[in-house]
Design a protein around this ligand. Structure first.
Ligand code: NAD
Length: 210
């Protein structure tokens, strides 16, 4: 998807596409071929008006009265999200968190392959052995270019995050999943999604108290 062609699509709508896709894949696994917008919206936990609005951002997919073709809609959404084929990803910072993420076997099933992990100290003894090749930071640019990688997972300490992000951007990374607890400064055409479990817990903490 070229974001410069469709700048008006809200980021939340893109997140909801991922929700719809998971529901559609469940329906597909249960051999269900068509689904009404009401049923799909309910399964995804959104209003059906929201679902229809989201899908019109990407063209009309429904057939009036018949609902959506499950297989076709799932395919179109995966296409839009770019997950129909395995997308290469790199991970930088193989410490506690990086190692845990690298040990997770489920990324390939979701359309992502971590093709390389990088650390300033790749030789340090680690608790787990990982299948992903572990490179020194000096190889960052060459591996990213050779594998035509566009996305990176950042799990370095906060103090190193901006400097590493600058290198990633300079070599052509346009999507960063940032676990470091700092706000990264990147050019406008680079998307940063930050994950902060402490903020999520804080949010839960508010709700369990009220
Ligand atoms: P860690 O110290 O165990 O691992 C950091 C790794 O980064 C180490 O292997 C280190 O050698 C490497 N590193 C340091 N500087 C580097 C550089 N310039 N280039 C490449 N590699 C470098 O830390 P951790 O516990 O794995 O945490 C990693 C990051 O994730 C921290 O920023 C931490 O605050 C954050 N974190 C976020 C969440 C969250 O919910 N978002 C949860 C836990 C940790």
């Amino acid at each position: 998807m070229k974001k410069n062609i469709r700048p008006e699509i809200p980021r939340k709508a893109i997140y909801r596409l991922s929700l719809y896709l998971r529901c559609l894949l469940r329906l597909k696994n249960n051999s269900i071929r068509t689904v009404s917008s009401e049923a799909l919206a309910k399964a995804a936990g959104v209003k059906s008006t929201q679902l229809r609005k989201d899908l019109t951002y990407f063209g009309q997919f429904g057939t009036r009265g018949l609902g959506y073709d499950v297989d076709q809609l799932a395919h179109m959404i995966s296409d839009l999200l770019g997950t129909n084929s395995l997308q290469p990803v790199v991970l930088i910072g193989v410490g506690n968190l990086g190692l845990a993420l690298l040990s997770y076997k489920g990324f390939a099933a979701e359309g992502f392959e971590i093709v390389g992990a990088f650390d300033i100290d790749p030789k340090r003894r680690r608790d787990k052995t990982i299948a992903t090749p572990l490179y020194d930071m000096s190889q960052l640019e060459s591996v990213i270019q050779a594998r035509m990688v566009k996305m990176a997972i950042l799990t370095v300490p906060a103090a190193a995050a901006q400097e590493v992000a600058n290198r990633l951007v300079a070599v052509g990374i346009t999507g960063i999943l940032n676990f470091s607890p700092i706000v990264l400064t990147v050019p406008e055409d680079v998307i940063v999604n930050s994950v902060n479990l402490a903020i999520e817990l804080e949010n839960l903490s508010y709700f369990v108290q009220h």
